[in-house]
Design a binder for this molecule. Structure first.
Ligand code: GAL
Length: 664
């Protein structure tokens, strides 16, 4: 994977000059220079301006702003502008519109109203990409191509007839014959046996639950369909603009699960993502950290690009809270702490009209004479000093496994609990580690697990034999492996592994489970050393497996709740059949970390302070983010690049403040 072509920690953001009269453009560029803005993403929603009528292009305005940006020293991440078709296109070809699960057309009037498999949309989109690549491939401002925007944010899944046709083709490729499909989908159940490919439809709304493997395959197909679209655009760019890096912005947020990004990373030169803090979450900061660790996992540990976040409030939550003074800086650094080398915002200048007029921006409605803009300017100065760490990597000895396909299967219809979030255990364990200053890589089960001292397998409901074997091999080689409830239950086709749960991990863990006893959101179960939430089950510890804690109330009183088994050369396999309360989970993880010899990033980290370390052959940088409203002190020695002062033994963090200490 190539890296973003800048040597500094690049700040930037979405720039929509078409919303403003031209004199504002010159002011924009002067302000960008003041704030040390290195790049802008241009043209993301500009299709109707670039092609006002079929085949009629107007590039004059884009030529002008590209030239101005170049003259101003600002690099351009140029969009293929295909994220949202213009009204003339959907009016002429309503067949490009997506259709929801009930068969309702999703009409134009907002954005991204296009069907992922529409050949008509694809032809028009590729034609526009071709025009842009031909015209700008050698423009000196061009530094990167930005394909479409947040694929699947609004238009997936689509259930139209065109998607039905493409789905059948996808299925023929996957299964070759109908017998294999019938077997995979378990169509012996409920009289679902197919005798002709044409009988197969998308899993549209039915009388009751759709077939789970049908639903799972539709998710796989839908992600692949959009990836196919991206590949089409990429092929045009490779042909006409070779050598310029290509990206598309992922959405590695907790609530976005439509695309299997593991399949997408080979199609981008730089992994980029968008992240917004969701206030309604119980632990929004920990979610940000998880997102960064997942993005880094997708990037194979390499630095990545934060394409979008917000300087302050968004406009799509029930109450859109403004950020506190200092938070614009701290949030940006929180992504750098997890491996981002580029920091972008949506958007540069706050719109006067349209759906996002109350979404914050770098230049707010109040103008540049504002605390928000001054804070970005301050970050610009800090970014200048942070250039030295660009390219360095985040240190981590812990892996948390994450697989979109396992999440999709676990979210399938008719599960033991529809109230259990598929990422509950992953986030709970990550948060405990985060609170301890222990950094985890969130990686796909196919990642190389041999470098990790701890491997966490949280609710990995669906797992292939190969991935289960890799987890067992990690334990054999000496890792502490922590598996939670509802892991290893089914295979790739979502067929349950028989003989007792957790099928794929039963031998590794030395346990056998006969029945699940899920808990509702308001239920808990007493353990001998705490309480369990979300789940419980009837566990038998097999000979050689140690019982760490036990259920202490009916119906499972006396049954093992947490177990541990020695494996291979100093490794161990821990099993959590419930999600213990925070204190107990934390204590368990302390035991796991100490057995693995994993130390926190810094000793005696105050509660509410986040700590990570980036390093390379030239140095190491300690990131400290104070999420509390009190001053905090942390042991460190070196030079703080945020305040540009020497640190001798300890660094004082202002309330809500941050430090990046160059340690060597
Ligand atoms: C993203 C999108 C941007 C903007 C932003 C607002 O999903 O890519 O165009 O809408 O959200 O938070």
């Amino acid at each position: 994977m190539r890296s973003w072509p800048t040597k500094t920690l690049a700040l930037g953001g979405d720039y929509n000059p078409e919303q403003w009269p031209r004199p504002v453009w010159d002011e924009d560029i002067a302000l960008m220079q003041r704030a040390n803005i290195a790049f802008v993403s241009l043209g993301i929603f500009s299709w109707s301006w670039l092609e006002p009528a079929k085949g009629e292009y107007d590039f004059e305005w884009l030529d002008t702003i590209m030239d101005k940006l170049h003259a101003g020293g600002i690099a351009v991440d140029l969009a293929t502008a295909t994220a949202t078709p213009p009204p003339w296109l959907s009016a002429a070809h309503p067949e490009i519109l997506p259709v929801d699960v009930d068969g309702h057309t999703l009409w134009p009037g907002s954005r991204q109203a296009w069907c992922p498999t529409s050949p008509v949309f694809r032809d028009y989109a590729l034609a526009l990409a071709r025009q842009l690549a031909t015209r700008y491939h050698d423009h000196p401002a061009l530094a990167m191509w930005h394909v479409s925007n947040e694929y699947a944010c609004h238009n997936l899944p689509c259930y139209c007839d065109e998607c039905a046709r493409h789905f059948r083709t996808w299925l023929r490729r996957r299964y070759e014959g109908l017998d294999a499909l019938n077997d995979a989908w378990g169509t012996a159940f409920w009289s679902q046996r197919y005798t002709d490919w044409e009988q197969i439809l998308p899993p549209r709304r039915s009388t009751t639950f759709n077939n789970p493997t049908h639903v799972l395959d539709y998710k796989r197909f839908s992600s692949d369909a959009l990836l196919e679209h991206m590949r089409g655009e990429r092929a045009v760019l490779d042909e006409l603009s070779p050598g310029v890096p290509v990206t598309t912005n992922f959405m590695t947020l907790q609530h976005f699960r439509h695309l299997d990004y593991t399949q997408w990373t080979p199609t981008v030169d730089v992994v980029s993502t968008d992240h917004y803090i969701v206030d309604v979450l119980q632990h929004p900061r920990a979610e940000l950290a998880f997102s960064g660790d997942l993005t880094r996992g997708l990037a194979g540990g390499a630095p990545w690009m934060l394409m979008e976040h917000s300087t302050s409030a968004v406009n799509w939550q029930p109450t859109n809270h403004a950020k506190a003074p200092g938070q614009t800086i701290r949030d940006a650094l929180a992504h750098v702490a997890r491996g981002a080398d580029t920091i972008g915002w949506f958007q540069w200048r706050q719109s006067r009209a349209g759906s996002e007029k109350f979404h914050s921006a770098v230049v707010p409605h109040a103008g540049a004479d504002s605390a928000r803009f001054r804070e970005v300017e301050e970050l610009g100065r800090i970014a200048g000093r942070l250039g030295e760490l660009v390219g360095s990597r985040v240190e981590s000895r812990v892996a948390i496994l994450h697989d979109y396909q396992a999440i999709w299967a676990a979210e399938g219809p008719c599960m033991p609990s529809s109230e259990l979030d598929a990422l509950e255990a992953a986030h709970a364990i990550h948060r405990q580690l985060h609170d301890r200053g222990v950094t985890a890589d969130v990686v796909h089960p196919s990642a190389d697990l041999t470098t990790y001292a701890v491997v966490v397998v949280p609710q990995l409901y669906l797992v292939t034999d190969e991935h289960a074997a890799a987890v067992a091999a990690a334990a054999e080689a000496g890792a502490q492996v922590v598996v939670t409830y509802f892991s290893g239950i089914s295979d790739e086709q979502d067929h349950v592994r028989l003989g007792g749960y957790p099928g794929a991990f039963r031998d590794l863990l030395g346990v056998r489970v006969e029945e699940f006893f899920p808990l509702g959101p308001d239920e808990t179960v007493l353990l001998t050393d705490g309480t369990g939430t979300w789940w419980s089950e009837d566990v038998t510890a097999l000979p050689g497996t140690e019982v760490v804690s036990t259920y202490a109330a009916p119906p499972l009183a006396g049954r093992p709740a947490v177990t541990r088994r020695d494996v291979g050369r100093g490794g161990a396999a821990w099993y959590l059949s419930t999600l213990p309360d925070d204190d107990r989970l934390g204590a368990l993880l302390d035991g796991v970390l100490s057995a693995a010899g994993v130390e926190p990033t810094v000793a005696a980290l105050p509660r509410g302070v986040e700590a990570t370390r980036r390093s390379d052959s030239t140095g190491s940088w300690l990131f400290l983010l104070n999420h509390t409203s009190a001053e905090q002190t942390v042991r460190a020695t070196g030079h703080d690049l945020v305040s540009d002062t020497a640190v001798d033994g300890s660094v004082r963090l202002a309330p809500g403040g941050a430090a990046v200490v160059r340690e060597r």
